[in-house]
Design a protein around this ligand. Structure first.
Ligand code: HEM
Length: 415
């Protein structure tokens, strides 16, 4: 469905809970209308749940992200859990925990996420990315999503967690099963079982690390103390798992979307290739442009006003990063993919107390990919139909067939 159809529709008719909406609608035209006509929108109830608020303006969204006095994450931070009314990991997993417990667990985990602590992991990201890119470019064609991008974030998270090499294939297959509840060959029950097996696996690894701690996130969680007390087992395993939940698909979809955008904007690819823009600046624009997590959300703890609209205690409020990142009051020519864009204060990593713990690592991954590509590829072209993700939360592609023209000199430089 194109922009014209979007212009004719009632805003109430866009069902933001339905993954199909994002495949059949010109999403950016839709958000332009929400920002202009109804920046604080009351989404009607659907089959999947009650009414909820939809915020589409950058500054309103930032205000709610920042405000953990009036809004909580403990009853879910995504539509799926907010509409269900609760999140089973609440009060234990960082993203759905608030207050002093959140601050204390976050402080503990931050030790493993500083640029210094991540130096070695970052080097491994670069090496792994180069190996995957070299293979793909030498073959001349690849599914950029499945052959390249898919392998980087999850392997990096395994490095970070200290998952032994011998267990990785097992964990990866469980993760695939856990993620694919919407696909035809995996039932919701299989996915649930796979998620539980992942948690059991982390429980066993944590027991082992308690006895023999090493330099990894599981050891930090397994041996850490808050007010002199160890974390309970659920807190340990859920926060291990949260790195996979938070850092696998998001980073992957950003990299894939970045490559698609570069193919569609050859002048931007040329600027990157010739070194006319820095890779750091390109990473930020790829994050803004792709916005892999379309929305996050909160529950109001008390009656509160946002942009002149009264939100009642207990109401669900959803924050649409996809829209904030194209807000014309904040970004010049927001619909232009401009790798040199500055300033570029996108909200792809959220904001405030829950600001993404893995932001540095996500940036390292996208950086390694863009830098690697511009070194060994002269050109990248589409090579077949793409396959979009089916979700009301994630945005991007499951499959992106591409063809490369090799940059022989660049490739030789890697030897
Ligand atoms: C939180 C996005 C990569 C781990 C968040 C939030 C966003 C986000 C928007 C805030 C959620 C909220 O406010 O409710 C992204 C994007 C990424 C990315 C777009 C990649 C492009 C990663 C990576 C990791 C990670 C690589 C870990 C390895 C987390 C964790 C939280 C979080 C643990 C919860 C932080 C807290 O509640 O204090 N992420 N993320 N993310 N992210 Fe990321």
């Amino acid at each position: 469905m194109g922009g014209a159809d979007v212009e004719d529709r009632e805003l109430d008719s866009f069902d933001l809970t339905d993954p199909a909406t994002y495949q059949t609608t010109d999403v950016h035209a839709m958000w332009r209308r929400f920002r202009a006509e109804r920046p604080v929108h009351r989404h009607p109830a659907t089959e999947t749940g009650p009414e909820f608020w939809v915020l589409s303006k950058y500054h309103d969204i930032m205000k709610v992200y920042k405000d953990d006095e009036n809004f909580t994450s403990e009853r879910g931070n995504l539509l799926v859990t907010l509409l269900h009314g609760s999140d089973s990991a609440a009060g234990k997993m960082l993203a759905v925990t608030d207050g002093p417990r959140h601050a204390a667990i976050r402080k503990l985990m931050l030790k493993s996420f500083s640029p210094r602590a991540l130096r070695h992991i970052s080097e491994q990201v670069v090496q792994r990315t180069r190996t995957l890119l070299r293979n793909a470019v030498e073959r001349g064609e690849a599914d950029f999503a499945r052959d390249v991008a898919e392998h980087i974030p999850i392997a990096t998270i395994c490095d970070l967690l200290g998952v032994p090499e011998s267990d990785r294939a097992f964990l990866l297959s469980l993760n695939k099963e856990a993620l694919s509840s919407s696909s035809a060959d995996t039932s919701a029950e299989d996915s649930w079982l796979a998620r539980n097996e992942i948690l059991l696996y982390f429980g066993e690894l944590a027991e082992e690390r308690k006895k023999n701690p090493v330099d990894d996130v599981i050891s930090v969680l397994a041996t850490g103390r808050i007010d002199g007390e160890p974390l309970d087992e659920d807190e340990i395993v859920l926060n291990c798992y949260s790195l996979i939940i938070g850092g696998d698909e998001t980073s992957r979809l950003s990299m894939i979307g970045g490559v698609q955008a570069l193919m569609r904007h050859p002048e931007q690819w040329n600027a990157l290739k010739r070194g006319e823009v820095t890779v750091e600046s390109a990473v930020e624009e790829v994050l803004r442009w792709t916005t892999p997590g379309m929305h996050f959300g909160r529950r109001a703890l008390r009656d509160v006003e946002v942009a002149g609209q009264r939100i009642a205690a207990d109401d669900i409020v959803t924050l649409w990063n996809t829209s904030a990142n194209r807000d014309e009051d904040v970004f010049d020519a927001p619909g232009t993919f401009d790798l040199a864009r500055t300033p570029n204060k996108h909200v792809s990593f959220g904001y405030g107390p829950h600001f993404c713990l893995g932001a540095f690592l996500g940036r390292v991954e996208i950086n390694a990919m863009l830098d690697g590509l511009r070194t060994v590829a002269d050109r990248i072209e589409p090579n077949g139909p793409v396959e979009p993700v089916f979700s009301n939360f994630l945005s991007g592609l499951e499959s992106l067939p591409v063809r490369f023209e090799v940059d022989r000199a660049g490739l030789a430089g890697w030897n």
